[in-house]
Design a protein around this ligand. Structure first.
Ligand SMILES: Nc1ncnc2c1ncn2[C@@H]1O[C@H](COP(=O)(O)OP(=O)(O)OP(=O)(O)O)[C@@H](O)[C@H]1O
Length: 251
């Protein structure tokens, strides 16, 4: 059976049915709708004021790749400027390939890229060194817990280095739902009470952070990357199997 016509342009055949609305759209109309929704998230939430210098946390993965691409498309509408900031955690066999993807993106999109390394920021400690020191120590926390804390700090340092006024990350709606579930299973009432906003306003001198993709499902992020032919790195971190997150999200 042939695909139905696109319900937006009525000219092309639909290439997908949107998981969020059930609407049948062609690739270009889906991408336009996706970008308009991110624009709405940013404008309605007053996340990035005109003139903002925005540091995009660029991991090379699908979410931050899509985020950087969409914000670059929206730059004239928003009146912001973008900087890519990548954190090198020092994870052998993983981060180098991901950073290569970020370098290709920066070159293709002509965006300035700054890479900050844990080793430089944290007295020579890399994530591989942290993992070695926690292995077999009987500590209950996986090295991902440490990495999350260090990465947050490193991204802040990198953003300040490039003169950013705001930080954006590529967390999508699935990530947000996972976080709520994880906090629920841990019984972390404090985080549950705090969570759910569009970002943090920059308390305690920290730069304001936000997640412009937080209403976009992972499926739609992947579809957008597909239709825009974005080049991203899709392997999982070598330490991911130890993390708490995949353990409950696969159950
Ligand atoms: N090494 C890094 N350097 C800069 N920013 C990062 C890095 N790792 C993660 N981030 C930021 O944090 C967000 C969430 O990262 P996380 O690894 O938890 O999720 P993800 O779904 O795998 O994201 P992505 O697909 O962008 O890698 C990313 O989208 C990115 O904006």
């Amino acid at each position: 059976m042939p695909a139905p016509p696109c319900s937006s342009c009525h000219a092309a055949r639909a290439a997908l049915r949107r998981p969020s609305s059930g609407c049948a759209l062609c690739g270009p109309c889906f991408c336009t709708a996706f970008e308009a929704e991110v624009l709405h998230t940013v404008l309605a939430g007053r996340l990035l004021p005109p003139g903002a210098v925005v540091a995009v946390g660029a991991s090379g993965g699908k979410d931050s790749t899509v985020l950087a691409h969409v914000l670059r498309e929206l730059t004239p509408r928003l009146g912001i400027s973008l900087r890519l900031v990548a954190v090198d955690e020092g994870i052998g066999g993983y981060r180098d390939a991901a950073l290569a993807a970020v370098r290709r993106q920066a070159a293709r999109w002509e965006l300035p890229l700054t890479i900050v390394a844990y080793a430089d920021l944290f007295g020579g400690w890399t994530m591989d060194a942290v993992a070695r020191s926690t292995a077999g120590s009987g500590r209950s926390r996986s090295c991902c817990t440490f990495c999350g804390v260090l990465r947050r700090r490193a991204l802040e340092e990198g953003a300040r280095l490039v003169g950013a006024t705001h930080i954006v990350t590529g967390h999508n709606a699935d990530d947000m739902a996972e976080t709520v579930l994880m906090n629920f299973l841990r019984g972390d009432v404090g985080r549950l009470a705090r969570g759910g906003g569009l970002g943090s306003p920059g308390e305690g001198g920290a730069l304001p952070r936000c997640r412009p993709l937080q209403f976009a499902s992972q499926k739609e992020v992947v579809l957008y990357a597909h239709f825009r032919r974005l080049d991203y790195f899709s392997e999982e971190c070598v330490y991911a199997p130890e993390a708490f997150r995949p353990n409950y999200s696969n159950t």
